[in-house]
Design a protein around this ligand. Structure first.
Ligand code: AMP
Length: 342
């Protein structure tokens, strides 16, 4: 591979800075509207300008990427704007990691299956509103960035919410909803990297998300909260770094190792590269996972200059983008690029 390419959004700056630091040529597929912004960063060598990210499927863009001998690094925007079908079928460029596992991230049933196979604790799932017997959070199918989620404690509250969201046009007849037990506690996001070349997992960072409006509700006195009948929303607006009690770290590594094993079994070749386990430490201090991301997450942007955990492993301030580039470099040197791309 001569170059590393990604879409201009999400964590593109981190990915390309890391690639440059590891000696790769860097390629950005950018929307025209953002080109001026991205040209401010001198570590980007080549620009492929599009009106819409979907154009990455076009032959002209594919040819440019092939001519540049690029490997494409997937991130959240590739999934949300280009789509799983296109990633699976229409992109001829090599994609870093396992492109098939992205579907397991996007589909709630497949996601649940993989998490259960890994043995990580997960919230109870309710198959119908009639079964609701505790505080629950209901989520629409597909990635909606935490908007349109709602809380209910019984089937009547659930039905009221469905009615409200349907009237608001947030929910449509063909939407499926997953009803999960709501876990009260501290939300935590583990940023892992699985190195195929070194056959080991690395915890490179931990973050906490800042979500609107749920993280601000506590700033309003409770009598005002009940008066204005606020519904919580979970739209991520930013991320803050977090360090865990050291005694919790062995379990974090076990969770990562087990997830890699489960994905190798259910979605070969497994989970090469970055992924994130997302959950809550409950009232008993136990970690319960409600989600995973099977690719680099934007929360890694906090650690562009390294995290306490990446420093402990590597003795240098390496970020997730650079770690990806280093893995590609090692694979290339050992003629094993096929082991880490699909
Ligand atoms: P998700 O889209 O599944 O990542 O969820 C968005 C946000 O909703 C999370 O970051 C949490 O703040 C919250 N959340 C999701 N699932 C649960 C759950 N089972 N218990 C508590 N909070 C949750």
């Amino acid at each position: 591979m001569n170059s590393i390419a990604t879409l201009g959004s999400h964590c593109a700056l981190q990915i390309l800075k890391g690639a440059k630091d590891e000696g790769f040529k860097t390629v950005l597929v950018t929307k025209k509207s953002r080109e001026v912004f991205y040209r401010r960063f001198k570590f980007i060598d080549e620009y492929i300008t599009v009106e819409d990210f979907k154009e990455i499927q076009d032959e002209s863009v594919q040819t440019k990427l092939s001519d540049l001998n690029s490997v494409l690094i997937p991130h959240g925007t590739l999934i949300s704007e280009v789509g799983i079908e296109a990633i699976e079928n229409n992109l001829n460029v090599p994609i870093y990691g396992n492109r098939k596992i992205l579907r397991w991230e996007a589909d709630r049933d497949l996601k649940q299956k993989l998490m259960e196979e890994s043995g990580v604790r997960t919230p109870k799932i309710f198959n119908s509103p009639e079964e609701i017997d505790c505080l629950t959070i209901s989520k629409l199918s597909g990635a909606r960035g935490g908007s349109g989620y709602f809380l209910s404690q019984n089937k009547d509250e659930y039905s009221e919410n469905i009615k409200k969201f349907t009237e608001l046009g947030v929910m449509h007849d063909d939407d499926t909803v997953q009803i999960q037990e709501y876990i009260v506690g501290v939300p935590v996001y583990f940023q892992y990297f699985y190195s195929v070349m070194r056959k080991e997992i690395e915890l490179l960072g931990i973050d906490k998300r800042y979500e609107t409006n749920v993280d601000s509700i506590g700033r309003i006195p409770s009598d005002v909260q009940s008066e204005i009948k606020l519904s919580p929303t979970y739209i991520v607006v930013g991320n803050s770094p977090l360090v865990l009690r050291e005694s919790l770290l062995p379990e974090v590594y076990e969770i990562g190792d087990n997830f890699v094993k489960a994905s190798e079994k259910l979605v070969p070749p497994g989970m090469p590269g970055p992924f994130c386990m997302e959950g809550v430490y409950d009232s008993n201090g136990k970690f319960v996972a409600f989600e995973f991301s099977a690719r680099i997450v934007a929360g890694t942007n906090i650690f562009v200059n390294g995290s306490p955990y990446s420093y402990l492993i590597h003795g240098e301030n390496i970020n997730m983008g650079q770690r990806i580039a280093r893995e590609i470099k090692e694979a290339q040197e050992q003629n094993k690029l096929d082991d880490i791309t699909t």
